[in-house]
Design a protein around this ligand. Structure first.
Ligand SMILES: NC(=O)c1ccc[n+]([C@@H]2O[C@H](COP(=O)([O-])OP(=O)(O)OC[C@H]3O[C@@H](n4cnc5c(N)ncnc54)[C@H](OP(=O)(O)O)[C@@H]3O)[C@@H](O)[C@H]2O)c1
Length: 235
């Protein structure tokens, strides 16, 4: 899918990767960029149309889909990460909160926008996934569960939207320099490099983008020995 003249909706567009998606969509010549956030007053990107959207709120999702039937590219970017092991007493609550944002949000948005994209000729969905869709560790254990689920959902969505010619692109990436990783002392890539790789893949018709070296290495090692997902991602 080409970005020129696209009508783009980015969730979680007020900061981090979402802000960069919205910025680069404007720069690439999108006809309209709807930058959605829980608090639209926090959006400060020239050339975008701010929208109020909490991805955990089905009423917000239905309103945005009804009010903006011109959207051709949905970017499911909004996400949260909570740290802690899978055996911590709070793991079930952490998992529930993250599933709401990282899985049920993109699921409900995809359901609401599938007919909109079909009516506009197919369009595309970008789901922001992670290296944590494939590997896990004590720090990001519950987050990884949600990104594995979101990966599987993305694959199902791709199959079901094929008939209406909607391109479904899963973005996998390691650590990005955003608020989400501010407490982690690890090598990080820039949001701009991740969005550049993702939009290049989108324009080439890709179904998957691996946006950094470590993600490409892990992906390449998934069928290797020893199985890479038996090793922890971070301590
Ligand atoms: N940073 C990384 O290393 C990394 C790596 C791989 C994948 N990712 C993924 O990349 C995506 C963007 O993350 P980021 O790094 O940019 O994190 P971030 O800087 O913490 O930004 C997260 C964004 O999601 C929004 N958000 C959270 N809950 C929301 C909700 N219920 N409804 C609507 N928006 C909500 C936040 O809005 P508020 O300002 O209202 O909180 C914010 O705009 C996420 O899906 C994340 O899992 C990140």
């Amino acid at each position: 899918m080409k970005l020129k003249n696209a009508v783009v909706l980015v969730t979680g567009a007020n900061r981090g990767l979402g802000q960069e998606f919205a910025r680069q969509a404007v720069a690439a010549g999108a006809r309209k960029v709807y930058a959605a956030a829980r608090n639209p007053a926090s959006i400060n990107i020239p050339g975008v149309i701010p929208l109020q959207l909490d991805v955990t709120n089905p009423v917000d999702i239905a309103r945005v889909a009804q009010d903006h039937p011109d959207i051709t590219l949905l970017i499911n970017n909004a996400g949260i990460a909570e740290t802690g092991g899978i055996l911590s007493p709070e793991a079930d609550q952490m998992l529930q909160r993250q599933m709401e944002v990282n899985v049920f949000g993109p699921l409900r948005l995809s359901q609401a926008f599938a007919p909109v994209l079909a009516a506009n000729g197919g369009g595309a969905v970008i789901n922001v996934l992670s290296i944590a869709s494939w590997i896990t560790g004590p720090l990001l254990a519950t987050y990884s569960v949600t990104k594995s689920a979101a990966w599987s959902m993305t694959n199902a969505l791709r199959q079901e939207l094929q008939a209406q010619q909607t391109q479904v692109l899963g973005l996998h990436v390691g650590f990005i320099d955003t608020d989400l990783t501010k407490d982690l002392e690890v090598p990080k890539v820039s949001p701009s490099s991740v969005v550049e790789a993702t939009f290049a893949g989108l324009e080439q018709g890709a179904h998957q983008v691996l946006a950094d070296d470590v993600t490409r290495q892990v992906h390449g090692a998934l069928s290797g020995y020893p199985d890479i997902y038996l090793l922890p991602i971070a301590h």
